[in-house]
Design a protein around this ligand. Structure first.
Ligand code: 6PG
Length: 623
């Protein structure tokens, strides 16, 4: 353990620090000994130190703390930014703040003759002081022995540096990933008689990398095992369960502790929880985690949002376990304030829905129009990987097509009713609220909904029994070009939605950085995402970066593909959405004038005129 004892000059840091070091059998380090001569001279002349003077001094202390690993440090660390330097790379360090009034310390200072700091400087120390919101806050208005006793009693008993609640599939994988990076974890799973008993302990026994972990099914004991400020990662079901766990945790935690929600929570819930916990002095980080079970184990893409200072305390953990981008940097970045982390994860899933649906439609045309077998389709899709189209979803799709059960392809044994857990529907609600037509995402969502009406579809098919229209085979070249263009539309729409949310909610999101952390670990990682890092530097209109000729070729391909779908009755919602969105963007065939006229006709809603678009609104008496 590293213990930083802080307070203004004269609060007794050195005396208390030395006694604590004795009790703990740790070496003691006095911050004053780390000042360069220039600082000491300045203080002797009665001049207060500025931030620049303190920077090197704090870094030297931080360096020493990293070196010794165990020790008690006495250091004024009056501002939060100073404490951040002290704690950099040692988030398990603990803070003790010796709290005393100006009058009390002033009277003590006046009684001291041996100190190099003139008592008059105490005023500037109090002006600089930003009281910490975490760690132990100890009143110095008592005997030194009592102060030490109080600190020893209240020092976090635990040495476990990071806690994780919820050992489902994702929780277990994240725990193994964290432990594999050398972090000492406390793991908690609820107790449910006969179904969830000693889950954490049994799990720890199963894997060598979990040797230093401690398992709990008593929440209080779990919390007590953690060093402060506590960092607790929730990997529980989104929604009510998350609220219940937070409510249980709240009374057990201390000011400054940090709860991190890694589930697919709605961003508005995250915002609400954040405000509620802030009122209790607790920090809350809502983070998207993408990559499924394997990603969680080997390196997910992580999208944390919330209070930036709190993020900095958990950054070493999240950044260590994240996937690496092409340059070797972690696919984890501070997203922004409030619920922004969960918002971008939600849109990530929306983009994922449309990417998945596009591939399902490609499959449908190759299977039902071109008459290829799953194996042949798999080979075709695999061949696309060399054309700048490679992506995780393309890869798993060509792999899953090969899976057999006996003689049958497994895909033929899977009922065509798509499930969903809600993020696609939240994305669709958000786009409606923010006024952004991310039409491919909503089409993909509604395709899943239509698929779920299986019996209804069967009833219609039986009643009308329409003969299937023969259609010439679709060109695989067209199919690939159409798919490529539709993907670009999907990504453009998704990033436009994020961009608009960033503006309306004042999140100041960094879109190229977001694309960077989506280049690996997450479900929508792809070669295209790599390209988008650069393209996003000049905005979200990716389509404008296409050469006219390239666009024309791809547009013709998309047209041919969607016509084939319409003629044969193969439903192609995302390709059609992309086609229609492009038609609306690229061609000038006005229809909104009719809408405006209708609105004005029945409701006197008024309209603008083409000859004066910014001018006054007009109303016509139509009959
Ligand atoms: C990810 C996935 C993951 C999960 C979603 C999908 O990024 O790792 O998106 O979050 O697969 O829950 O949800 P649906 O069940 O709605 O498809």
């Amino acid at each position: 353990m590293i213990l930083f004892v802080m307070g203004v000059c004269g609060s007794g840091k050195s005396t208390i620090g030395q006694s604590l070091a004795k009790e703990l059998k740790y070496p003691f380090f006095d911050g004053d000994d780390f000042h360069p001569q220039a600082n000491i001279d300045k203080m002797c002349k009665g001049q207060p130190l500025n931030d620049d003077d303190r920077q090197g001094w704090l870094q030297a202390l931080n360096q020493k703390a990293k070196e010794v690993k165990e020790g008690v440090f006495a250091c004024s660390a009056l501002k939060e930014s100073y404490r951040q330097i002290l704690f950099e790379g040692i988030p398990w360090g603990q803070l003790v703040y010796l709290n005393g009034s100006f009058e009390l310390i002033d009277s003590r200072m006046k009684a001291r003759k041996d100190h190099f700091m003139p008592p008059g400087l105490l005023t500037s120390q109090f002006q600089t002081l930003e009281e910490p919101e975490y760690g132990l806050n100890i009143s110095i208005d008592q005997e030194p022995e009592k102060i030490v006793e109080e600190i020893m009693e209240n020092l976090s008993p635990g040495n476990q540096e990071f806690g994780l609640i919820g050992l489902g599939v994702m929780g277990k994988s994240l725990a193994r990933n964290l432990a594999g990076k050398g972090f000492k974890l406390a793991l908690y799973n609820r107790f449910v008689k006969n179904s969830e008993e000693q889950v954490a302990e049994k799990f720890i026994e199963e894997f060598d990398e979990l040797n230093d972990c401690k398992g709990f099914e008593d929440l209080g004991a779990f919390v007590n095992s953690l060093s402060t400020p506590r960092k607790i990662f929730l990997m529980v079901n989104a929604g009510k369960v998350t609220d219940l766990v937070i409510e249980e945790l709240k009374p057990l935690l201390d000011k400054g502790d940090i709860i991190i929600d890694g589930g697919n929570s709605h961003f508005a819930d995250t915002q609400r929880r954040m405000e509620d916990l802030k009122a209790n002095g607790l920090h809350f980080i809502g983070t998207g985690v993408s990559g499924g079970e394997e990603g969680a184990l080997k390196g997910p893409s992580i999208m944390p949002g919330g209070d930036k200072e709190a993020y900095q305390k958990i950054a070493p953990y999240l950044e260590a376990i994240a996937a690496r981008d092409a340059q070797g940097n972690g696919c984890c970045t501070y997203i922004g304030k409030g619920g922004s982390g969960h918002f971008v994860k939600m849109v990530h899933n929306g983009i994922e829905y449309a990417e998945m649906q596009l591939l399902a439609e490609v499959y449908a045309l190759l299977r039902y129009v071109n008459g290829l077998s799953p194996e042949q389709i798999s080979a075709e899709l695999q061949s696309w990987e060399t054309n700048g189209l490679s992506s995780y979803l393309l890869e798993i799709t060509h792999k899953l097509l090969l899976k057999k059960e006996g003689e049958a392809y497994l895909v033929d044994l899977i009922l065509d009713k798509a499930g969903n857990k809600g993020t696609g529907s939240w994305t669709t609600i958000s786009m409606a609220e923010l006024g952004i037509p991310a039409t491919m995402i909503s089409s993909a969502l509604f395709a899943r909904y239509i698929s779920s009406f299986k019996q209804k579809r069967e009833r219609y098919q039986k009643q009308f029994d329409l003969s299937k229209t023969k259609q010439n085979q679709v060109s695989t070249n067209d199919l690939r070009n159409a798919y490529q263009l539709a993907r670009l539309v999907n990504h453009q729409q998704g990033f436009e939605l994020i961009n608009e949310a960033s503006k309306q909610y004042q999140w100041e999101l960094n879109l190229p950085e977001l694309a960077r952390i989506w280049t690996n670990g997450c479900i929508i990682r792809s070669e295209l995402m790599e390209e988008l890092i650069g393209r996003l530097k000049s905005g979200t209109d990716f389509l404008l970066t296409l050469e006219k000729e390239e666009l024309a070729i791809k547009l013709e391909a998309l047209k041919a593909i969607t016509i084939a779908g319409i003629q044969t009755g193969v439903s192609l919602p995302t390709h059609l959405s992309a086609m229609d969105y492009l038609n609306a963007l690229l061609f000038d065939y006005p229809t909104a004038n009719i809408i405006q006229a209708q609105r004005d006709f029945f409701g006197a809603h008024t309209y603008k005129r083409v000859d004066d678009p910014e001018g006054p609104s007009h109303h016509t008496v139509w009959e």
